[in-house]
Ligand binder design. Structure first.
Ligand SMILES: [Zn+2]
Length: 480
């Protein structure tokens, strides 16, 4: 007995020793200084302002598409970037999606794609008065550039073009071909990007690296980490919606039966909200935690993150607490539409709910279906797929790939002491299609703590605009 106790004691001590060793030896990297940034010129700001002023709203109904505005934006591009338009042949796909080709001297290297979209979500009429600047004014004040679309995603487009124009003015010639691809309907159908990728596929064209909007730099997400974290999207979650229908004879509301369609469906949805699909650390999120672990100032958290082999369950529980980190470690399921009833004195025969799911890489639509069926466990509820839109989770880009390293280096050059870490995107972007033609799709927008995505007071720091131009310049120069 005593021997067993001694043995257990030794094992516990050994584990404690390993845990402490891993915690204390996980030391932060040295402070890192970014490179000197090229100053921002006045024309660049003026171009950004003008881009915001052209109201390229994406309508819900395709019939409301404002062709004249999109033509005006084209004119603005041609006028503002003469060297780009003189030297890089432009292909127009599906009316307003553009591909500019900057031919490299070595065509044996697969090209690089720098992409962005210039359509914007509409500004809600009733919310205009809540803005602290005119949504389409393109104002520059308090160190920010304000306006709808500035961070989603016109700044990336303008930064890419500013960088290209400046490099062309210097006579820069890339070795690797660079394609600049700009989309006009990312916020609605995304059909433009699909058509562009179809065009590339018809030419059997593949790409070495594709950089599109996505992760950003944050100094706010992780309170215990005092350095900025640049999250690079390396994959996207999948998407599926299920329709749940409960059917049971209704009738007069004066003599209600024990159970109604509304009761049955409500109970099913309640079960679904009480039970989540299991949490799992995908390789990018594991790598993210490992990369930030040494910089975590809370000793407990640092110990847990430095010893995921032992504390994975605790870390997962912790991540499950906030909606944003919960979405990174599991397939989420949430009801988004609930319909039933026609009159206040009639018990309805049907109740219908739409349940939207965002699928973690490694799981499928069928897994979601099976989970919903098992959790609801009620044959009175019929489950069907909503066929409007559905995608599988994307494959993920390797963080040891050349594409990831190239973007990582460019970020290191524009931000002091930055921790670059991979991330899985919970929403979809145009680049999703490009995964069919590239293993190097990277989602990153060079902005810090972006504010007002699809909401009020959309704005970005002027200094971020400068960093963005430098970021894309570095990517362009790296193609030499
Ligand atoms: Zn966007």
């Amino acid at each position: 007995m005593k021997k067993i106790a001694v043995f257990i004691g030794v094992v516990l001590l050994a584990i404690a020793g390993i845990v402490l060793f891993k915690t204390f030896s996980n030391t932060p990297g040295a402070h890192q200084k970014s490179s000197e940034l090229t100053p921002l010129n006045k024309e660049a700001i003026a171009h950004m302002t003008e881009a915001i002023q052209i109201k390229t709203e994406t309508p819900n109904d395709a019939y409301e598409f404002d062709t004249a505005t999109f033509f005006a934006y084209r004119k603005f591009l041609e006028k503002s970037y003469p060297l780009v338009h003189k030297n890089l042949p432009r292909t127009v796909v599906d009316s307003f999606n553009y591909i500019y080709e900057w031919k490299g001297t070595d065509t044996s290297i697969l090209p690089m794609v720098l992409m962005a979209h210039y359509d914007v979500v509409p500004v809600e009429g009733s919310a205009v008065k809540l803005w602290h600047a005119a949504p389409y004014g393109g104002e520059v004040k308090e160190g920010y550039i304000w306006g709808r679309g500035v961070i989603d995603d016109k700044s990336s487009m303008i930064e890419i073009l500013e960088a290209a124009e400046a490099q062309l003015a210097k006579g820069f010639q890339p070795k690797q071909t660079i394609l600049l691809c700009f989309g006009a309907d990312e916020e609605s159908s995304g059909k433009g990007a699909t058509a562009v990728v179809k065009y590339f596929k018809s030419k059997h064209q593949r790409f070495d690296i594709v950089v599109d909007e996505g992760g950003e730099i944050s100094t706010e997400d992780m309170k215990e980490v005092k350095r900025p974290i640049a999250s690079i999207g390396v994959g996207e979650k999948g998407y599926v919606t299920l329709i749940l229908t409960a059917q049971i004879a209704g009738g007069h509301s004066s003599i209600p039966a024990k159970s109604t369609a509304i009761d049955i469906l409500s109970k099913g949805l309640y079960q679904l909200r009480q039970n989540q699909m299991p949490a799992r650390l995908t390789p990018p999120i594991r790598a993210y935690l490992e990369r930030i672990s040494s910089y975590t100032e809370s000793f407990g958290k640092k110990m847990a993150l430095s010893n995921l082999w032992l504390f994975e369950k605790q870390v997962m529980n912790n991540l499950s607490e906030s909606p944003s980190s919960n979405a990174l470690v599991r397939t989420t399921i949430v009801p988004t539409i609930f319909n039933s009833g026609v009159r206040d004195n009639v018990i309805p025969t049907y109740a219908t709910a739409y349940v939207n799911s965002r699928i973690l890489p490694g799981e499928t639509q069928k897994d979601v279906y099976n989970f919903v069926e098992k959790t609801i466990n009620d044959t009175n509820i019929k489950i069907t797929y909503y066929h409007n839109y559905s995608t599988m989770p994307s494959p993920t880009t390797d963080i040891n790939s050349k594409a990831f390293k190239r973007v990582e280096n460019a970020i290191n050059a524009i931000v002091d002491d930055v921790i670059v870490a991979p991330m899985v995107m919970v929403g979809a972007s145009d680049s999703r299609n490009y995964r069919e033609v590239s293993d190097g799709v990277i989602n990153f927008t060079p902005i810090t703590n972006g504010k007002g995505y699809h909401g009020i007071d959309e704005r970005m720091l002027v200094t971020d605009f400068q960093k963005g131009i430098n970021f894309f310049s570095l990517l362009i120069q790296g193609s030499k």
